[in-house]
Write a new protein. Structure first.
Length: 321
């Protein structure tokens, strides 16, 4: 299996699109979407992604405040080690010095894996909308029987975001250095800058992203919104968001790209191969993808901005260098 494009260990400041994950949840990887600043704590460095327990069974796992986030995710780190062991298997078998050197290097790397702490997310807000919920019966294919579950009367747009407080010293130092060298590294807020403003998702909009699994890809927003569920949302959840289709029959995103920021581009900002010529306008954030990546589901970035402010964290500022 080939390694994910953003799964490498980036020991200083990981680029947006790099892998991250919960230290205690080894089976899932997500994407660092962007580095951000909150107006309520302007001197602290944060990263924007989606909840790292997105789609997971909440009765078994829940990302709590200050939970350790690693870069790369534990799953990607283990895969990299396995691939390294396989590649150098014969050398490591014959050369004891190489084995010792590898052990020393990996032990040294352990101190760099911790990247951030889980600071806040949309999951902190308790939805109390009983008017939109009713009890209904569904047939469960695993148990072969009907189950009574809470179901929503109508599908609704997703509202998912997570803020990570960066704790890795090399990452904080790098951004601090950039801020010293650039007098205006922080834009006032999404939509508040003439240079970089948001653009709502709309049919036929050309977009791009950088994600952990598929790297840099471009695509087009589908003509109608999709009603769907993420793998373990629960039987009663129905989401209503736009899907993005990749160019040239390539997937726009896959599992592990959740959290990547989606940027909108004008047609003249795309080359003949479908690649963006420059930075676009923040438009959405990836939530998940269909099997095989044919359709990638994206929520509007303005939903994230308003959600962060409603949760009491102030204006969300995008770091752009």
């Amino acid at each position: 299996m080939s390694p994910a494009k953003g799964a490498a260990v980036q020991s200083e400041l990981p680029l947006p699109g790099a892998s991250c994950g919960l230290e205690f949840e080894p089976h899932h990887a997500f994407t660092i979407g962007a580095y951000v600043q909150l107006s309520t704590s302007p001197k602290t460095i944060y990263a924007l992604t989606v909840p790292l327990d997105l789609g997971l069974n909440h009765s078994k796992i829940k990302a709590v405040k200050n939970a350790t986030v690693t870069q790369p995710s534990p799953a990607d780190r283990d895969n990299l080690y396995e691939q390294e062991n396989e590649t150098f298997k014969e050398i490591l078998r014959r050369d004891i010095h190489q084995r010792d050197s590898l052990k020393v290097r990996r032990k040294k790397d352990e101190g760099t894996f911790e990247f951030a702490q889980y600071f806040a997310s949309s999951r902190d807000l308790v939805a109390d909308d009983w008017q939109n919920v009713y009890l209904g019966k569904i047939f469960d294919c695993e148990t072969k029987r009907y189950l009574t579950v809470q179901r929503e009367k109508e599908a609704r747009p997703s509202h998912e975001w997570a803020i990570l407080k960066i704790t890795r010293k090399t990452a904080v130092d790098t951004i601090t250095d950039i801020r010293k060298r650039n007098s205006k590294p922080w834009f006032p807020k999404f939509g508040g800058s003439k240079t970089l403003e948001t653009q709502p998702l709309s049919p036929s909009l050309i977009v791009s992203k950088r994600g952990r699994s598929t790297g840099c890809t471009s695509g087009i927003v589908n003509g109608v919104k999709s009603i769907y569920r993420l793998p373990r949302d629960g039987h009663g959840i129905r989401r209503f968001d736009y899907a993005v289709l990749g160019f040239n029959n390539e997937p726009f995103g896959k599992c592990g790209d959740a959290g990547a920021i989606v940027y909108a581009h004008s047609p003249d900002n795309i080359d003949v191969l479908g690649n963006p010529k420059g930075l676009g306008k923040p438009s959405g954030i990836i939530l998940g993808a269909s099997v095989g990546g044919f359709a990638t589901f994206v929520q509007d970035i303005d939903t994230v901005i308003s959600g962060v402010k409603k949760a009491g964290h102030g204006d969300l500022n995008l770091f752009h260098n």
